[in-house]
Design a protein around this ligand. Structure first.
Ligand code: MG
Length: 266
């Protein structure tokens, strides 16, 4: 099932997105039981499909991206976090920071895992049973603050407001049985910038859940951004950074397209 969150006549709802594009209202709890009422819904505004409880992010998790970043493949998953205030809805703008200015804001297409059941010390073979589903994420990154202004911590550059677009839908695990065989790409102003497959991950989704749940509790609603493939803007010749007026789309096979315009902070 493809689950969306949306506004209709000013009220927030969960809905089931059907293949022909129409939506029906869901009743119940995202992490409990959801029932399709069959009632057709008018979607006025699509929202990020959930308000994440935590946003955990994995760096340098694709072999060719680690290489383009000049890094050896890490021995363990590289973890950083985004603040929940970085969340952005499909169609809403990525805002280029101007008060704490960045001129090196970059895109990163990522498969996002939505945890559905509490995980602590979960083994590889039971990991995917704790997943509700998958969605698209853009791990928007201010490279100057990530690399030079963060004292070695990536968090500063990764968690400006609007730097975590998510959506458009959560696709449940019955529709995606293998998250590590999905085409993933970024399209910037109509030009394909990243175009790869999640099978290139150094640590696959079960390995990430096993690793993370060994060091912390993953509660329902935790979202894990699983890293980006090669083709990011800073590693290109010449480098490409997001500019006001741009439109950036993250597209993942079987999930959908997440598009956001780019504006400057006022
Ligand atoms: Mg990333």
């Amino acid at each position: 099932m493809k689950i969306i969150r949306f506004l209709s006549a000013g009220r927030e709802h969960l809905g089931r997105l059907h293949d022909d594009g129409h939506a029906t209202l869901l009743e119940g709890d995202l992490f409990g039981t959801l029932r399709d009422t069959g009632t057709r819904a008018a979607v006025d505004k699509l929202l990020a499909p959930l308000e994440p409880r935590d946003i955990l992010c994995i760096g340098l998790n694709y072999k060719q991206h680690a290489a383009e970043s000049g890094s050896a493949p890490p021995a363990h998953p590289v973890l950083f976090l985004k603040n929940s205030g970085a969340l952005q809805h499909p169609g809403d703008p990525i805002v280029l920071p101007r008060k704490l200015r960045s001129d090196r804001v970059d895109y990163e297409c990522e498969l996002a895992v939505v945890i559905g059941r509490r995980c602590h010390n979960v083994g590889r073979h039971e990991a995917l049973a704790h997943v509700l589903g998958y969605t698209c994420a853009n791990d928007v990154s201010a490279r100057d603050w990530q690399r030079d202004g963060g004292g070695g911590q990536w968090c500063r550059g990764k968690t400006f407001a609007t730097f975590c677009p998510l959506g458009p839908a959560i696709v449940t695990t019955d529709e995606i049985t293998n998250p590590n065989r999905l085409a993933i790409r970024t399209v910037l102003n109509g030009e394909t910038m990243q175009d790869w497959n999640t099978e290139d991950m150094i640590f696959d989704v079960p390995a990430l859940i096993e690793f993370l749940s060994a060091s912390m509790i993953l509660n329902p609603g935790t979202v894990i951004l699983t890293g980006t493939p090669h083709g990011v803007g800073f590693a290109r010749t010449p480098p490409v950074f997001l500019q006001p007026g741009d439109s950036v789309t993250v597209e993942i096979e079987g999930i959908g397209k997440l598009t956001n315009p780019v504006v400057e902070e006022r």
